[in-house]
Structures are given as structure tokens and as C-alpha cells.
Design a protein around this ligand. Structure first.
Ligand code: SAM
Length: 221
């Protein structure tokens, strides 16, 4: 087993990216479980999780530590959120999802994980939920909506610690199908830069996801 340099609690085992299963014996999305030296690991599939794809493609300075606090926008049924939950054994992940259908499945995952808190909320209205939460170290956004970077920035301004980091997964087709992906990515990056954020890393997600870009940002003051 090999520890990944850039992210704590993420490993390579049998040539796969893995996290240690916080809920031993249980799968979240049909992933393979591997026993190694008395511990159980879950294979983290880069074709099912954009964060795994970004990590395999070289994402370096996202700090997810065992005690990190994360706000996750667009948690869906918990595929990626559950791997973050594996990493944060002493932290917490607040999972925002506005679809009741997705939330029903997400609840099944959260019930068995003490560090995943589900929030049936609209990420475009952070004032509704953020005054109930503490400040977070990381804001992660994967809502695949045209207004995604606006809601990402709004959530970061209201919830992120000064030294925190935000990671946004941009799907060019969700923003404008008529524009070339490179143009969409440039415009989204410019929006973030002119709104007070510094872009730390830009990672394309191919071959795992077509026309997707991950942007890691922080406040630029
Ligand atoms: C691409 S999927 C997320 C996949 C997930 N991040 C993963 O890797 O496991 C996008 C999700 O965002 C949710 N979503 C879209 N707009 C939203 C909003 N305004 N507020 C909350 N959730 C939203 C959708 O219902 C959908 O479940």
C-alpha cells in the first residue's frame, strides 16, 4: 500500500485509489472493498467521482485532513461525499442537496456515517442554512448548473475560513452547450478572479470526464 503524497488518508492499493471505509462492511455505490492488514478500504472510482479524477490528474494543494470541516454543494447520493467522509474521521461534511429523490438515497448513507450531515437545501440560498453552521475549511461545489460559480462564491464568502480553500467542478455543457469548453473555462475562471478569488490549480478531468475542469481557489486578500 502506498500513501498519496498530496492528500492525507488516501492511498494506492492494488493499483487503485482507495480510502479507509468508515462504515466497515458497507458499500455506497457498488464499489469494491479490499481488506488489507486488518483494515477495510473502498476503491475510489475516478469515473464516478470527479474528485478522484482530479486527484489522479495531479490535484496537489487541497487540504483535507482528518479533522477538516467541509461544505459540499450538490452531494447527490453521496458517492464523492462518502469518500470525503472516510478521510475526515474526526471532522464533518455538511452535504447540501436540493433534490428530495437524491436526498432519500443520501440519507441512507448519512445514517451510517457519524460525520456526514445532510441538508435538504438549495445551494443558491445559503443564508437559509449557513447561519446554523460553523465556518469550514473547504467548500466543494459540483451542482452542474449554469449559475454554479455564483453560488460557489456566495457560499465561500459566507462559510469559508479566511485560510480555507474552495474546489469547483465545472462542466462546460451545463454552462453553455453552444460554446467551446475552453471558452467556458476561461470565462468561469475570470469570474472567480475578478470577484476576489485566486486560482491555485486548474485540473482537466479527462479521460475520466469529458469537458470538465476542476478549479481550486482561495480568497485573494
Ligand atoms: C453532478 S451531480 C453531483 C454528483 C456528486 N457531487 C458526486 O460526485 O457524488 C449534481 C447534483 O447537484 C444537485 N443540485 C443542482 N442544483 C442544486 C442546488 N441549487 N442546490 C443543491 N443541490 C443542487 C443535483 O440535484 C445533483 O444531485
Amino acid at each position: 500500500m502506498e500513501k498519496l503524497n498530496q492528500l492525507s488518508e488516501v492511498y494506492f492499493l492494488n493499483h487503485s485509489l482507495v480510502t479507509q471505509n468508515l462504515n466497515k462492511g458497507f458499500k455506497v455505490y457498488g464499489e469494491t472493498l479490499i481488506d488489507f492488514e486488518g483494515k477495510e478500504y473502498r476503491v475510489w472510482d475516478p469515473r464516478r467521482s470527479k474528485l478522484a479524477a482530479a486527484v489522479l490528474n495531479g490535484l496537489e494543494s487541497l487540504e483535507l485532513n482528518i479533522d477538516s470541516k467541509v461544505l459540499y454543494l450538490g452531494a447527490s447520493t453521496g458517492t464523492t461525499a462518502s469518500h470525503i467522509s472516510d478521510i475526515l474521521s474526526q471532522g464533518i461534511i455538511y452535504c447540501v442537496e436540493f433534490s428530495p429523490r437524491m436526498m432519500r438515497e443520501l440519507l441512507r448513507v448519512c445514517e451510517n456515517r457519524y460525520n456526514m450531515m445532510p441538508l435538504l437545501e438549495d445551494a443558491t440560498k445559503p443564508q437559509k442554512y449557513l447561519n446554523l453552521l460553523e465556518k469550514v475549511d473547504v467548500v466543494y461545489a459540483d451542482v452542474a448548473q449554469p449559475q454554479q460559480s455564483d453560488l460557489f462564491m456566495q457560499n465561500m464568502r459566507l462559510s469559508m475560513k479566511k485560510e480555507g480553500k474552495g474546489l469547483i467542478m465545472i462542466k462546460s455543457r451545463s454552462i453553455d452547450v453552444t460554446k467551446k469548453p475552453a471558452k467556458v473555462f476561461k470565462e468561469e475562471e475570470k469570474k472567480l478572479k475578478t470577484s476576489g478569488f485566486r486560482v491555485l490549480e486548474k485540473i482537466k478531468l479527462s479521460p475520466y470526464e469529458k469537458d470538465h475542469l476542476a478549479l481550486l481557489v482561495e480568497f485573494s486578500f
